[in-house]
Write a protein that binds this ligand. Structure first.
Ligand code: DX5
Ligand code: ZN
Length: 214
């Protein structure tokens, strides 16, 4: 089964609810919420209040929260309280990523680790037993609408070769075409911002991507 997530970073912030409803109607499985702190990445996006508002409006819609921030440990409790269903932190942050993953899991939500393009699969080998998901960035994190990096596919293969059986999620420049490469390499969760939110027929994009897993 391929999980399709829409990144609300590409939504119209003043009409986010309508955009999320459109994604739900198109068959998108879950929401991907990008949190950026202007330190770990050169951009600012949302905070916990957005997760809380989405939870109130869409209580049954799974929210996958991608923390592109330094010191994420300070915010885990708040994101969980506000409705996150999964929380992913970056392998490149200063601090004890293993302890952060343990904390996320202890709070009853899924835990993930993400790797930027220049971070090798080997770097996270010891973290894999704690990960419900690994988020392989297929662009430099920070902005939507960038070009997919096909040279990240060997990293996905390497993770599978290490015996990792959890979810492998790709994020950045994913559309129905680039998704084929990612799924062929071993990915089973696809984050899409631009390709879904700017599509004339997002349901067709969802269908095409779902078929890759059949
Ligand atoms: C980038 C974010 C992505 C972004 C993807 O740093 O992590 O989730 O929203 O956007 P697209 O699909 O437009 O590349
Ligand atoms: Zn993301």
């Amino acid at each position: 089964m391929i999980e399709i997530l829409s990144s609300i970073l590409a939504s119209d912030v003043l009409n986010m609810g309508a955009d999320v409803r459109r994604m739900q109607d198109a068959g998108v499985d879950s929401l991907h919420v990008d949190i950026m702190d202007a330190h770990f990445v050169p951009n600012l996006s949302f905070g916990p209040a957005v997760v809380s508002a989405l939870k109130k409006a869409f209580p049954n819609y799974h929210q996958d929260v991608h923390l592109m921030m330094d010191n994420p440990e300070k915010y885990i409790a708040e994101f969980v309280k506000n409705g996150a269903g999964a929380i992913t932190v970056h392998a490149e942050i200063p601090g004890d990523v293993k302890a952060i993953l343990q904390d996320i899991k202890a709070r009853g939500v899924k835990a993930g680790v993400s790797v930027k393009p220049r971070t090798e699969a080997e770097t996270i080998r010891e973290l894999l037993p704690l990960c419900d998901l690994v988020l392989v960035m297929t662009v430099e994190p920070g902005f939507g609408g960038q070009k997919f990096m096909p040279d990240m596919m060997p990293k996905i293969r390497a993770l599978r070769e290490m015996g990792y059986k959890g979810q492998i999620m790709v994020d950045g420049g994913i559309n129905a075409e680039t998704a084929k490469e990612a799924v062929a390499a071993g990915a089973d969760a696809l984050v899409m911002g631009t390709a879904l939110l700017k599509a004339d027929d997002p349901a067709a994009v969802v269908r095409a991507c779902k078929e890759l897993g059949e």
